[in-house]
Write a protein that binds this ligand. Sequence first.
Ligand code: SAH
Ligand code: DHB
Ligand code: MG
Length: 225
Amino acid sequence: MTSQPHRTFVPEVQSALTQYTVETFVHEWPLQATIMADAQNNGLPQISLQPDEGWMIYFLLKSIHAKTVVEIGTLAGYSASWIARALPDDGMLYTLEANAKHAEIAQTNFEALNLSHKIELIVGNAHQTLGLLHDQYDAVFIDADKESYLNYLDWSLQHVRSGGLIMAHNAFRGGDIYHNPDDVDAIHRPALIAMREFNQRVADNARLVSTILPAGDGLLVALVE
Ligand code: SAH
Ligand code: DHB
Ligand code: MG
């Protein structure tokens, strides 16, 4: 059976209804739409958010009047562009990226989109660079190495304010999430085990009200009480 966890969306949820919703509701800037096409030309993986997922994050951040957000996993800056758009001009997104080439491309995109005044890109392994961020933030968006999601959750629980949001991409793990890890290819097993444990830990946390919004590859959202 299984398993193409490298898909950023699951066909079952990427339906004509999604297409209708995107066409009707999602106001993506033309320059945002070019980010992932350019990224592909530069050899970057096509694993960014889908537009409907980006719009949901934008919606959620607006709804809590977010001013400061931390993102883990920048890639070419597509999700960051949605986050930064949701912030007021004196807001700040701290986005963490380990890969120097990804970071360079992302920074170019932030400048082209006129969003760079609201984005601080921090290059390095998030396991170290999260240690540079000491404040309380309005939201965290987790979208990097799946095996580290539990660590990122622990950090988020200490650094997201009451009333803030913890969000995470790939909660469906390309559609594999309800499979027994023994049934998927060994190469995908550690990430699947990690995502299952991450989802369960969030669901069981009494401080969080949480669910998975079934867009793209699953957007986990948790409100910190
Ligand atoms: N959020 C992006 C997609 C991120 S893809 C979007 O939707 O547009 C995952 C990114 O996380 C990759 O660029 C990868 O280099 C980065 N990454 C993986 N492990 C990391 C780590 N430990 N610290 C920082 N970045 C990491
Ligand atoms: C992978 C990572 C992602 O963040 C994503 O959206 C899709 C796939 C991966 O590493 O397989
Ligand atoms: Mg992802």
